[in-house]
Design a protein around this ligand. Structure first.
Ligand SMILES: [Zn+2]
Length: 101
């Protein structure tokens, strides 16, 4: 049985429909990824990346250290290590003294 030659107009609209659905699927996927990202952020915000306990933010001058009092880890935000690098000699020692038990 011979195959009916396809109608160029039908092909055009089929391609448009496929493209529309591909775009919609990509948008749904991006939305799901964004929702998952937000859920992860809510779940992990200010939790220690090593032990999972709550981090406490302690200000020391213009540096805010996120400190875990469970595993004793200390965390810095973007740029804070660079800020510390500009401080006077002895700054890090004084910072560490704050957390010494
Ligand atoms: Zn910890």
């Amino acid at each position: 049985m011979p195959v009916k030659p396809s109608n160029p107009e039908e092909e055009y609209f089929a391609r448009l429909e496929a493209e529309r659905r591909r775009k919609a699927a990509q948008e749904r996927q991006a939305q799901i990824q964004e929702e998952e990202r937000q859920q992860q952020r809510t779940l992990h915000f200010m939790k220690c990346p090593k032990c999972g306990m709550q981090l406490e933010e302690i200000a020391f001058g213009d540096v805010r250290v996120d400190k875990c009092f469970s595993c004793e880890g200390m965390w810095l935000d973007k740029g804070e290590l660079e800020t510390i690098q500009t401080k006077e000699p002895g700054f890090v020692g004084r910072l560490l003294k704050v957390f010494r038990s």
